[in-house]
Ligand binder design. Structure first.
Ligand SMILES: Nc1ncnc2c1ncn2[C@@H]1O[C@H](COP(=O)(O)OP(=O)(O)OP(=O)(O)O)[C@@H](O)[C@H]1O
Length: 582
């Protein structure tokens, strides 16, 4: 229960609803427990009629009618309160589920990229869905059934002991056996359903992957192979489902068996006691049979609840493991900063933790606000890493990275990120309209702003050709757009933000040189007062930059501007001549 203490703050938050729920549960049980006693009353009235203690038929009828009406009344009240019981306690569990999901989600958002590399997406999804659902079962049903069982048991036992103590002992004897049996069964069911869940997620992730890569699957004609893989996986999944169904099928027969045994004991022991004159009325036997049936389900839930609590504890442990993590990239200052856009790298080095690859080895350059830097270099030379460090997606390992003369980690992280417009290498678009994808850069952008940005990114003409124009909904990862269109929508998203620092990571690679030229021309005007960094493999993207650096294996091997670099022998000149001839 140590891990579940995390939920105490939520219980405190909803304490009034919970207290109300407990009171309602108790009231519901009290009314429910009127029935057995009223049934006994009816039996007694009938017995009195039989042995002529009551002789007047109207008195007899009156007594029967009163008891029947009381049973109906008590059942209606119990029903209403049972409805309210679920409406309060189960609702609280839904509120807690909602809060916990948000808490985990907020945490995910704070954690750095390294965290995402170390944990599989499926695992992250599972903790926020499956695990939170299991914890909800503890926060709602487990608590509700526990209060239910305790109330019902205490009140019923008091009534039963008052009525027939010996019979009570015999009646409740099989109940703990039922509880233990249900506990064991619930554990087995849980074990098997976890396996079923694993298979279901394997099935869905494999299907998802196949459909995402459907063009490759079709192009290589490997449909039979993927179908066979799917078939064998679903075959295994089916077997696991059947294993689960088998244990589940035991649940109700076992309940019925144990209820039957308890009923028989009541009838046998109660009957003997009646014959021996130890109990006065047959009504007591009828009353006890109703008690047994009423108590069986709550007793069974003791086992079930125990297993729910154990599962919730395990799930909360997994959730807590993430909640306890401190983000590697922390905002160290609450002081607000107006970023001007001066960037300075002084002997910066950086190694990726997971691969141990040293991506930057003492890189130094200075970029004044409003100026443009182009970074050229072979693939894997560290170009994107420089941009990631400016966005503080990672912290540098050695040297100094200064923004407006201040170490980057002394700058308010929100202000830094708000000042940056980043166009990544792999243009990621959300499954939303084109307009919203562009507005993502600036929530309060007007339609006009969106159109202007799209025009500057040379994608407006393409967008208006779609039937729904800017309201065209993009599929998963924007599949309805071509690579170049996606890149340009992504550029429009950065333009609309009107950032102080604009970072373009090879974001013109999929557009033709003519369109590239147009976009760069617009960017030139737009970036007059913006600090711009353009990462590219093309000299055409770099040639107008104020400063150009050439990276190789994490080192700057050349720097200058276009005219000085084409005069030097080296990578830049070779690339220039090669691309010129192309
Ligand atoms: N997230 C990462 N985790 C681990 N290693 C990484 C990661 N990103 C890049 N690397 C490694 O760091 C080195 C530099 O990568 P980087 O992406 O900065 O190169 P790049 O010059 O931008 O390459 P490209 O032109 O192909 O985009 C490469 O060897 C790469 O394998």
């Amino acid at each position: 229960m140590k891990e579940l203490q995390h939920l105490n703050k939520y219980f405190l938050k909803y304490k009034y609803r919970i207290i109300l729920g407990i009171v309602i549960t108790i009231v519901a049980r009290i009314f429910l427990l009127f029935t057995p006693r009223l049934v006994r009353e009816i039996f007694t009235v009938v017995e009195h009629w039989n042995n002529n203690t009551i002789t007047d038929i109207s008195v007899f009828k009156q007594a029967l009618l009163e008891n029947i009406l009381l049973i109906i009344g008590a059942s209606i009240v119990a029903g209403i309160f049972t409805f309210l019981m679920r409406q309060t306690i189960i609702n609280v569990s839904r509120y807690i589920e909602f809060d916990l999901k948000n808490e985990v989600y907020q945490k995910y958002q704070q954690l750095s990229l390294n965290f995402y590399k170390q944990n599989r997406t499926g695992d992250l999804m599972n903790r926020i869905t499956e695990d939170v659902s299991r914890v909800r079962m503890y926060a709602g049903p487990a608590i509700m059934y526990s209060i239910n069982t305790i109330t019902l048991f205490i009140i019923a036992l008091i009534y039963m002991f008052n009525q027939a103590p010996k019979l009570t002992l015999y009646t409740v004897l099989p109940l703990p056996i039922l509880s233990v049996a249900i506990y064991k069964l619930s554990k087995e069911i849980h074990k098997r359903s976890t396996v079923v869940q694993e298979y279901l997620s394997k099935l869905s992730s494999s299907t998802q992957e196949t459909f995402s890569g459907i063009s490759i699957v079709k192009a290589y004609g490997i449909e039979p192979q993927t179908a066979a893989d799917f078939n064998s996986l679903s075959e295994e999944s089916r077997q696991k489902q059947l294993d689960l169904v088998k244990v589940r099928s035991f649940f109700f027969p076992m309940m019925i068996l144990l209820i039957g045994i308890s009923n028989l004991m009541v009838i046998y022991i109660g009957g003997k006691q009646y014959i021996d004159g130890e109990i006065e009325s047959l009504g007591t036997i009828a009353e006890f049979i109703i008690y047994v049936n009423m108590l069986t389900w709550p007793v069974a839930t003791v086992g079930w609840v125990t297993s729910i609590v154990q599962q919730a504890e395990a799930s909360q442990k997994r959730i807590n493991a993430f909640l306890k993590l401190t983000p590697e990239i922390a905002n160290k200052t609450q002081e607000r900063h107006v970023i001007e856009g001066n960037i300075s790298f002084k002997n910066v080095s950086f190694t990726y933790d997971d691969t141990n690859i040293q991506a930057l080895k003492g890189v130094s350059f200075t970029l004044e606000k409003g100026k443009t830097l182009a970074i050229i270099g072979k693939t894997g030379s560290g170009k994107s890493t420089i941009l990631d460090l400016i966005g503080r997606l990672y912290d540098i390992e050695g040297g100094e990275l200064l923004i407006d003369g201040k170490p980057i980690d002394h700058i308010n992280l929100t202000d830094l990120r708000n000042a940056i417009g980043y166009v990544p290498q792999d243009a990621f678009l959300f499954s939303d309209t084109i307009k919203n994808n562009i507005k993502f850069g600036k929530e309060d952008a007007t339609d006009e702003d969106v159109i202007t940005a799209a025009k500057q990114a040379q994608v407006h003409k393409n967008i208006v050709k779609f039937n729904k124009g800017y309201d065209t909904v993009l599929g998963e990862r924007g599949i309805t757009l071509s690579g170049g269109q996606k890149q340009r929508v992504s550029i429009a998203r950065a333009i609309v933000k009107d950032p102080v620092i604009l970072l373009l990571d090879d974001s013109l690679s999929a557009v033709d040189t003519e369109t590239e030229e147009k976009i760069l021309k617009h960017l030139n005007t737009l970036s007059k007062n913006k600090t711009t960094i353009i990462v590219s493999h093309r000299v055409s993207s770099a040639k107008n930059a104020d400063h150009i650096i050439v990276l190789d294996n994490g080192n700057i091997i050349q720097s200058g501007n276009h005219s000085s670099l084409v005069k030097q022998n080296g990578y830049y000149k070779d690339l220039y001549l090669k691309q010129l001839s192309e």
